[in-house]
Design a protein around this ligand. Structure first.
Ligand code: LMR
Ligand code: MN
Length: 431
């Protein structure tokens, strides 16, 4: 224990060792009593403060108390910031403390922990990486960027920093040239943490947008080979445990949803009229696509269900459509999908992209289909027909154009992929 014991603690080592033993035996109350004894002699004893924090953390879990968890975190934090903490103990405290702070949802506090360690050990890249991850979870790209640049100044080949900075340049700055350069350099290091589907996805996407499709297809092939994608063309990142039939285009007969699809098709004019009436109202309610999927043009959506929940406000404006949908539980319960009207005005090009998950099949009901729009999924391009469904698996790469002169309106209905067992559906996190 000498590596975790400072001078002052050395004098109290017998009590501290005894307290640690009690903690080990999960005699939490006994341990806390002994740590408190030590703290009466030396209120800044790092071992006692940390031990007490660990004990309180166990109590917090037993009693499921956030109050106690907060006290545990405070005690560990006091241990971290006490004077003369041996390096090895600091390392142990910071790991545990940041982990508990993150668990509590206090990412900003976890960031403060890693900031403290980074300042104390300016040459330790690992602490800076952890600090970056905290900033990114908080959504603080500005600070994350600063630390990443700081690491790269000293170590220009740091794979972690290259992929993360490249990711920020690509997704926040939309700087595809520079973003792809850093992402590529980063994944080429093959360092731990760089082998991640998100980096391969966005690198391929960046290349595609600057017309280097030879490079994007290389990246996608590599990603599939590494098991980051289901295949070169099916690049969703939130996939079912169960192996699912992967097919870009589906017929109604290939699904168990034929009668629902037929019922909605039968009522397509009712659905169309409600969709069109929304478009006529100047107050709208249609929201522009916001995922930066468009190269150009105007494409908007009006959502009725999302993540398995009805949007009551919007459904009040299209009551007949929602009443019909209420008869379709395999769609309304799909927590990994949506049901929405989608209006696409002439002049749109949607970049090739893939949806986030393979857990849904996406059925499009044609409502107002002029000349001009078309959709490619994997290697087949089709168009819509009024009153008819097309069914795609949007985890496959797809791309949309509208070269016509009038707006296109469809209803998008996501169904659970039929191969996912009922019980797995309940465990999947909503998307
Ligand atoms: C998509 O799912 O990306 C598009 O097909 C949606 C749409 O409105 O065509
Ligand atoms: Mn899509």
């Amino acid at each position: 224990k000498s590596s975790i014991t400072n001078k002052a603690d050395f004098k109290l080592r017998k009590q501290l060792d005894e307290a640690d033993d009690l903690l080990q035996q999960r005699n939490v109350d006994g341990a806390i009593r002994l740590y408190d004894d030590v703290l009466r002699e030396n209120s800044k004893s790092p071992r006692a403060l940390f031990g007490k924090g660990m004990s309180l953390d166990i109590l917090a879990e037993q009693k499921r108390s956030n109050q106690l968890l907060g006290e545990a975190i405070s005690s560990m934090d006091a241990a971290l910031r006490a004077p003369n903490v041996p390096a090895e103990l600091l390392r142990i405290i910071s790991e545990k403390l940041a982990e508990r702070q993150t668990f509590r949802g206090w990412n900003h506090k976890a960031a403060q922990t890693w900031k403290y360690m980074s300042d104390k050990y300016p040459d330790n890249v690992d602490y800076k990486r952890k600090l970056t991850v905290s900033y990114l979870t908080m959504g603080d790209n500005v600070m994350a960027r600063e630390i990443l640049k700081n690491i790269l100044d000293k170590n220009p080949k740091d794979g972690f920093s290259l992929v993360h900075l490249g990711f920020i340049l690509k997704t926040v700055d939309l700087n595809y040239e520079e973003g792809s350069r850093l992402l590529q350099e980063g994944i080429d290091t093959q360092e731990h943490g760089t082998v991640d589907g998100r980096f391969y996805y966005h690198l391929g996407d960046a290349y595609m947008r600057i017309n280097r499709t030879d490079m994007s297809s290389k990246v996608y092939k590599k990603g599939a080979e590494l098991g980051l994608f289901l295949s070169e063309h099916q690049r969703s990142l939130y996939n079912a445990e169960t192996k699912l039939t992967g097919r870009p285009w589906w017929t109604p007969e290939q699904t168990p949803y034929g009668r629902y699809l037929a019922m909605l098709e039968k009522n397509w004019e009712t659905i169309r009229d409600e969709g069109l009436s929304l478009l006529d109202q100047k107050t709208g309610g249609f929201l522009p696509e916001e995922e930066n999927l468009r190269e150009k043009g105007d494409w908007k959506q009006f959502t009725l269900y999302q993540r398995g929940k009805k949007n009551d406000v919007n459904c009040r404006r299209t009551p007949k459509t929602c009443a019909l949908l209420d008869q379709v539980p395999d769609a309304t319960s799909c927590t990994r999908g949506q049901i929405k009207f989608s209006v696409m005005h002439p002049g749109v090009h949607v970049w090739p992209h893939t949806g986030p998950t393979n857990c849904r099949l996406r059925a499009h009901l044609g409502l107002r289909i002029p000349e001009g729009p078309r959709i490619r999924v994997a290697d087949k391009t089709k168009t819509w027909k009024e009153g008819k469904f097309i069914i795609i698996d949007d985890s496959f790469e797809h791309e949309v154009w509208h070269d016509g002169t009038e707006s296109r309106l469809i209803l998008i209905v996501d169904f659970w992929h039929p191969d996912i067992p009922l019980q797995e559906r309940r465990t999947l996190s909503p998307i």
